[in-house]
Design a binder for this molecule. Structure first.
Ligand code: PEP
Ligand code: MG
Length: 315
């Protein structure tokens, strides 16, 4: 399949029954944006902006950030960019930003929580992203949102910056990676333009399994029906309000998970850039109606193993 997949990488990913899924690339480095387009990515579905902040001994200023983001915008040449705002803290501290040591960093001051303690940092980042975008399509999302108050705080800051910069084609979204955000997705969908499901963290927080703990890796499976139910809630809530949903965690490039995600109604997959051609090719092998049947069965399965077996038999 690999050769065939590469040859058809520039074609859309459409199921046998003509349902189109957008396939984008995850990026943690602006230099890779050109490569992502060459691999057939229809956009960048997750720009992990941490690299701009980690590579320095002090916080990058507006000009430095704008220049970095502009490299991605230029490479994408009109394709959409989904940029995630700074997601550090807890176990990933910034050298120039000491935070108190925490007993449970994954449950501590990370992602949007850290930005709330240093608002000027997020404000500069938002200004840089919108300035870099200009008239090009940009989607901005906040990591680790668990509560409405965090979203409101971030959205108000965004509205202020957007009133100044006025980028014409911008959407504001939320990463769904904490169970509370999935459970309250119907509320967030009132205001957010889109959701992107971070299945790595969503799995960690749903199953109470540290994502980096190798000893527990067999438990840490996004195909657990509990995680699938949260994905379904998120998709249903978004679609009820006419909003779109992507998946940007590792699950998006798991061939067994693919039909389940399609069946649950996910609109976009963002995967590591090397996987883009293959994921597109795999989408073309399924029909949406079959995927829906499988997803329905997966939601009432006993465990991740049963869901995997179900997909294995279907192929
Ligand atoms: C995720 O949590 O699934 C995700 C995409 O974000 P990260 O892996 O950067 O935490
Ligand atoms: Mg995450």
């Amino acid at each position: 399949l690999a050769e065939k997949a590469w040859a058809s990488r520039d074609q859309h990913a459409t199921t046998l029954d003509q349902h189109r899924i957008e396939v984008c690339a995850n990026l943690g480095d602006t230099a890779k944006a050109v490569e992502a387009v060459e691999a057939g990515a229809e956009g960048v579905g997750l720009l992990r902006t941490e690299f701009v902040f980690m590579a320095q001994s002090s916080a990058p200023d507006l000009a430095a950030q704008t220049a970095e983001y502009k490299k991605v915008i230029d490479a994408l040449d009109g394709r959409p960019l989904v940029a995630r705002t700074l997601d550090v803290g807890g176990d990933k501290p910034l050298p120039y930003w000491p935070v108190p040591k925490e007993e449970n960093p994954f449950l501590g001051v990370r992602g949007i929580r850290l930005c709330m303690q240093k608002p000027e940092l997020l404000e500069t980042q938002l200004r840089a992203l919108l300035t870099a975008a200009g008239k090009q399509p940009i989607r901005i999302m906040f990591p680790m949102v668990a509560d409405w108050s965090e979203w409101r705080w971030a959205k108000e800051m965004f509205d202020r910056v957007q009133a100044e910069v006025q980028a014409p084609d911008v959407q504001l979204g939320i990463m769904i990676e904490v169970p509370s955000a999935a459970l309250n997705a119907h509320v967030f969908a009132e205001e957010a333009d889109f959701f992107s499901i971070g299945t790595n963290d969503l799995t960690q927080y749903t199953l109470a399994v540290d994502r980096g703990n190798g000893e527990l890796s067999s438990l840490s499976d996004a195909m657990n029906p509990a995680v699938l139910r949260l994905i379904k809630m998120t998709v249903d809530a978004a679609h009820a309000k006419g909003k779109w949903v992507g998946v940007c965690g590792e699950m998006g490039s798991d061939p067994k998970a693919l039909p389940i995600l399609l069946g649950l109604g996910v609109d976009e997959l963002s995967v590591s850039l090397k996987r883009v051609p293959l994921v597109k090719a795999q989408v073309r092998e399924w029909s949406l109606s079959r995927c829906r049947e499988l997803a329905e069965q997966a939601l009432v399965a006993q465990d991740a193993g049963s869901v995997r077996a179900l997909v294995g038999e279907a192929k």
